[in-house]
Every structure is written in C-alpha cells, then in structure tokens.
Unconditional design. Structure first.
Length: 755
C-alpha cells in the first residue's frame, strides 16, 4: 500500500524502462535487510520506497533476508523485521526469501568463475591481503596464488566447502584488475570460511559468500528489475555489474541504482552503535521510545501512517543531506490531529480548592474540536477539589501571563471562570495548594463586564486516575554524536532524554480506554497508552506547538525609529579587541586576512584545529577558509563545531588542490567526513568523487565530441572562438567530470587545429 504517488529520479527511470519495454513491462523491487539487528527509521524510508514503487506500478516487492554472515544473524531479528514491515502497512510478494535459499546456486556460479580463470583461492593472511590491496596512488600487488591453474583452484574450493580448512585459512577472490582505479575491483573477496551455526541452514555450510557477490546474484535469481541501494554502495555497482556479466544467468540482468540515505541529527543509525546502546543498557531495549528503531518508534506511539507520510515528505535524492526532525513532528501532528480524541490530563498536579463550591456539576464535553471530523463526548465532573497543572500558576507572573496568579482569573476548560484568592505553602516555601472562588454564573458563557483571556485544563481530584507519563526527548545532546575529536558518541547521550512523571492524573475516560489508544491531552501533546505495561502508562508521541514559549522568547519589538539620513563615511578604528591584537597580527603575518584571524582567535578549539592542520601540511589561508566557512555551512550552525583532525583537513585540502576532487563535490565529501570520520581519500573513493583522468582516453573523447558536433567545430575553425566554451562543456559532460580540464582543453585545441 502507499499513501500517495511517488515522483523522483527513480520513477523517471522506471517510466523510461516501461516505455522501452526494458524488462518486459515488469517492475520488481526488493527490500533486503541483513537480520543482524532491529530496523531503524532509515530502513523505513527504504521500505516505503521499495514497496511504494512496486504498488504504484502494479509490480512486486520481495522481502529478502541477506543472511550470509552466521556470526551476527538471528531468527529474533528476522521476526522483528517482518513485524516492522507489516506494521508499516506493507505485504511482500510471495513467500519470505533468504540469501541462504540460493547458497547452492551461488557456489555453482563461484565454480563457474574458477573454471573461467576469473577466481582463485588465496591462502594469504588478512594483513597480507590488506597490504596487497594498494592505495589510490599505488596499484595492488599480485598474490603469489593469483596464477594458480583452474583445476587446482577448483580442488581448493571443494576442500573449503567440505570443511577441510580452518577459519581464516583461505578465501576465494575474483581475478579482475589490480590497477583498477576503484580499489574494490582489485581482486575482491567472494567467499570466506565461517564454521558457525547458521540460523536456517544449521551446520550444512562452512563457507559463506561476501555481500557483493551474493547481492547481485540474489537479484538475478528473483528477476529484480530495479535494485535500489543507498549511496555508500555506489562504488560497489561496478563489482555488481562485473559478477552479473561473468556468470551464466537464468534470466535477464538486474540493475542497481543508488539514492541518498536518511540522516537525522541527535541520533545514531549505525547498527553497531545501536547494539552497543542496548547491550550496555544505555536504553532499556530495542523498543525504548528514545531509540530510532521502528520498534522504538512504534512503542512511543507513532502511527504507521505518520511514518509513511514523513518518508514521502523527505522524498528521494541523489546526494546525502541532513533532515530536520521538525518534518517528522509535522507528519506526527498532521496525522494525529485527525486520529486522537481530546481529553484532559494533568502531568504535574497542583491542588486548587474552590471555597464557594458546595455541589458537583456534571458537564458533557466534546471529544473532537469543531474543525476535525469526529463525534462523541464524555462526562466531566466539576467540584470544589480540582487538579491543575503546576506550570499554569505563577506567584509572580511575567508580562503577558494568561494563566492563574494571585488575584487573577482564568477559565477552566469547559467550566467556570475561577479566581485565585490564597496561596498555601509548606515549611520549605513550596506551593502545595491554591484556594479560590468560582463564578458559578459563567458555566458555558462569558462573565459580564470582565475579560478573561486565558483558559487552563483541570481534573476532578476525586475521579481522576493516577498514571505515569514518559516524556521522551532527543537521545543525544550533540547534533552529530561522536563527531568531535576525542569524543565517544556515548559521552554525548542526553541525560534528560527520558523523564518519567509518576504522579500524573488522567480523566476516567482516558484511563478506561484500551491499551494502544492515542489521545491528545489538551494543552500537553499527543500521548499513547503503552500496551506493554501492566500499569497505566502514557508515552508522549509529540508535543503541541508552544505559543507561550515563543512569546517569551520573542518579545514584542520596539517601534522602528525613523530612518536617519545617510551620514558621510568615516574611517573606523580597529575592530580587533585589544587583548587579541598580538595574536591577530601573528596570524595575519602567517597569511590570513584580518577577519579570518579575528574569528580564529575568538574560537580557541577552532584555532587548535587550524594549527593542527598546518602541522599536517595544510596552507594557512586554505585551512582557515575550510574551517570557518565550509565546515559551518555543512553544520548549518556556529554553536557546536565538529572536530576534524589536522591530518583530515590537510588531506581534504590536498585532494581539492590537486584537482582529484572537484570543488563542487567539496560539500558532499566534507559532510560525509563530519558524519562518519575516517580518511578523506578513502571516503572520496567510496563516494566515487575522485578524479579519474588516468582512466580517460582524452584524445578519443575529444574526437568523439567533435564528431557529434561537426557544425560547431567547423564554425570554431572559421573564427567563432566563443564556441570553445561550448565544446569544452560537451567534453567535460562526456567524461562525466573525470578528465583533467587543462589536458582536455589542450587536446581539444590540437584536434580543432587540424582541418
């Protein structure tokens, strides 16, 4: 099922495929999780996309478990993933599929590659394999086992499968290209030995295929037409295609497409980190409402419709970016507004005694506001003894206060206008009770001659039911947990991410509702009665928009003063604070502008990052610009700067300076570096951002472009020099940005000089 039609670059691809009958008019997608943990909100995006595309085009979506690593997988995760998919509102086509269903066929294809001389068994150690891989600057080194003949390799592979070799003794590698620019293509691993019990096949197998070998073959076996991955698998597509091209397939070849993954601030979505949070008991389990797991989101009370709406809102893009949680909150409120009945609850009770009330009054209160379709009401009992929210009383109210205060009047929701006459405190000075009077003539109508501007919610002390309320906030204080140098992501957990109010009170109507019911507690937010607790417990799903806090933060602006006439410009004195003057002058002498020098001197952590970058070989002005401007643009805030090591900054600047990464890709690379850490060169390689000029035949490319644009080439030769820009642009597009611009221009001019 899907809530609305998708429209993105993937639908354009599918539309084109259908128009050309590329896959016989079929659309088959798949959702292929590894059963080594619980799904998180990022997986929800993938679920909605893959199942949504299949539904939109009348196709199929397979649920397939990539169970190729027996050391981390478990049936518990299989069952939880199936539950999550169904809870989101989707049903897979046919039976549940597993990579382990195809182990026999995969082994046969591995033997085929061995027979063709395209795979060999390597007995090198892990360290030797790593060292032979080479680097971006150096090609890989051939293993001593690379030229073993096919018959001997087939025998070794048979022994691997028969369990005659111990774990880690050898691996099966593809024989591709040790000088390939894409390091992944330098004889990658296809099989390894794992003598572990598999959750489905038991001890039948002791060799298991690597993901990059298995993934494409699973797609081929199932007839998948559009295999959609996230951007970190962009480089893997070359290996995906290589495997498909070199084995005998039962059907047509599948194709892989990449999209941006979902990134959200103040959380982590690495399975390893989520497992750590659970096992180290930073949270109570996978379904803790603070967790970004689908189980946690469901336990919090989020409706599946809201999560689907959020995934539809954020869309599908080709570049990674950070999505604000505000969009998720919007989807929640928009969905819950039409689903949740309105009732009252007091989260932090303060007693209000109305001294002039001697008889209870029953009133009928609607469960739905007038602008929301919905019918029904419940009975409320007004009495002398009431609970009100402690935060609705101020002994010394601020300007603009519209709630209860000594001598002030407010209206009780659905009830009377009341006035506070007396404040009762305990021995410590804590307010424990308010006493006041009710205007008994104001039930259901406005008081004559008085303007009452505020209304508060309440409960009858004698009928209200005690409950516990969980208020859930962001799990991490830092926007990017663990991004700061020397900081572990666990150190940035928010100590106030879960607040439990054990003394809350709720209406009898809400207390009697079935577990799993969602309500709007008026003026407090949307809440969910937790069905997994024996006691009366409500989890806050999302708060309401707080107009009062906005009012406090943004006081009414003063009336604008008349614009003064422009004054003559006068030379201003130095803008540099005196105590920074010496430091600023020193940085100016080292090559910085005064403005950059001042900003660095005012931010000691940033200054230390800059100094560290210089020690690693970065140029002073370039390092300053990157830290002061580009890094802030990535983070979109100046309050919490990420920590980059000096060598990371220097390496990134070197890639840009040498032209190996285009300036246009700087933000993408920097964003990934901030989020994931690591080596800029390896990240650029993984994201496919490295310049590939060494793999481009510039002369052939130029000749091709001239052949495609003969009129423009002839006009250039006739004297229209401005066409050089047009032809250069065509060449750069043809090389997909991989060719060196200077080399390309030189080759183009030489070719155009020939008649």
């Amino acid at each position: 099922m899907t809530d609305s039609k998708l429209s993105n670059f993937l639908t354009e691809i599918i539309d084109a495929d259908l128009a050309s009958d590329a896959h016989g008019g079929r659309v088959i997608t798949r959702f292929p999780p590894e059963p080594n943990g619980y799904l998180h909100i990022g997986h929800a995006k993938s679920i909605c996309l893959n199942f949504g595309l299949a539904s939109q085009y009348g196709g199929q979506c397979h649920l397939r478990f990539d169970d190729t690593n027996p050391t981390t997988e478990d049936t518990e995760y299989v069952e939880s993933i199936m539950n999550d998919v169904r809870w989101l509102g989707f049903e897979w086509s046919g039976s549940v599929r597993f990579a382990s269903d195809y182990f026999e066929q995969m082994a046969t294809w591995a033997e085929e590659l061995i027979g063709k001389g395209l795979a060999y068994v390597d007995f090198s150690s892990v360290d030797e394999l790593r060292s032979m891989r080479g680097s971006v600057n150096e090609p890989g080194v051939a293993s001593q086992y690379r030229e073993t003949d096919a018959a001997e390799n087939a025998e070794h592979f048979r022994k691997m499968r028969a369990g005659e070799y111990p774990d880690g003794h050898c691996v099966l590698r593809a024989k591709i290209d040790l000088s390939a620019p894409n390091i992944l293509m330098r004889d990658p691993l296809l099989y390894r030995i794992r003598k572990e019990h598999h959750h489905r096949t038991g001890d039948t197998w002791c060799i298991y295929p690597m993901y990059d070998f298995a993934h494409c073959l699973e797609d081929a076996i199932e007839g998948v037409t559009h295999s959609i991955c996230t951007l970190e698998f962009q480089n893997n597509r070359e290996l995906y295609d290589w495997v498909i091209e070199h084995v005998t397939l039962p059907t047509y070849r599948p194709r892989q497409y990449e999209m941006a993954r979902l990134a959200l601030p103040h959380t982590v979505m690495s399975k390893r980190k989520l497992i750590d949070l659970v096992e180290e008991e930073h949270v109570w389990g996978w379904d803790d409402p603070r967790m970004p797991t689908i189980a946690g989101i469901r336990r919090r009370g989020v409706p599946p419709e809201a999560l689907r709406q959020f995934c539809h809102m954020i869309g599908v893009a080709k570049a990674n970016s950070m999505v604000d949680w505000g969009k998720f909150d919007y989807a929640l409120r928009d969905t819950l507004n039409a689903q949740a009945e309105r009732v009252m609850a007091v989260l932090e009770p303060l007693k209000l005694t109305l001294t002039n009330v001697d008889q209870a009054v029953e009133i009928e209160a609607d469960l739905w506001p007038h602008d929301v379709p919905g019918e029904g009401s419940r009975t409320l009992t007004l009495d002398a003894d009431l609970w009100i929210e402690r935060s609705d009383f101020a002994e010394e109210p601020p300007k603009g206060w519209r709630r209860l205060a000594p001598g002030a009047e407010v209206r009780l929701r659905h009830g009377w206008v009341v006035r506070c006459d007396e404040v009762i405190k305990d021995a410590t000075g804590q307010v424990v009770e308010l006493r006041g009077t009710a205007d008994l003539e104001t039930l259901g109508r406005a008081p004559e001659g008085r303007k009452v501007r505020g209304a508060i919610h309440w409960l009858n002390v004698h009928t209200a039911q005690p409950a516990s309320v969980r208020l859930v906030e962001q799990l991490f204080q830092a926007e990017l947990p663990g991004a700061t140098q020397g900081t572990d992501y666990r150190d940035e957990l928010n100590p106030n991410s879960l607040q439990v109010l054990t003394g809350a009170q709720v209406e009898p109507y809400a207390a009697a509702a079935e577990p799993g019911t969602r309500f709007q507690f008026e003026r407090c937010g949307y809440f969910y009665r937790d069905p997994n607790d024996d006691e009366l417990v409500y989890n806050r799903i999302v708060g309401l928009r707080d107009s009062w806090s906005k009012q406090v933060k943004t006081e009414a602006p003063a009336k604008p003063k008349p614009k003064a006439k422009p004054a003559q410009r006068v030379e201003q004195g130095p803008l540099v604070p005196e105590h920074l003057r010496a430091d600023v002058d020193d940085l100016i002498r080292r090559g910085l502008s005064e403005a950059d020098a001042v900003r660095l001197c005012r931010d000691q952590p940033l200054r230390e990052q800059w100094e560290s970058s210089l020690k690693a070989g970065a140029q002073p002005s370039e390092a300053a610009k990157l830290l002061l401007n580009d890094l802030r643009a990535v983070r979109k805030t100046s309050d919490s700067m990420p920590g980059l090591r000096g060598e990371q900054v220097a390496a990134l600047l070197a890639l840009l300076g040498e032209g190996r990464v285009a300036r246009a890709d700087k933000g993408t690379l920097l964003s990934e570096l901030v989020q994931e850490g690591g080596d800029p060169l390896e990240i650029a390689e993984r994201l496919g951002l490295l310049d590939r000029s060494d793999s481009v035949d510039v002369v052939a490319l130029v000749n091709q472009v001239i052949a495609e644009h003969p009129d423009e080439a002839q006009r250039f030769r006739a004297g229209e020099q401005r066409l050089m820009g047009f032809l250069m642009g065509a060449c750069m597009r043809a090389s997909k940005g991989r060719a060196d611009a200077r080399e390309l221009q030189q080759a183009l001019r030489q070719a155009l000089s020939r008649t």
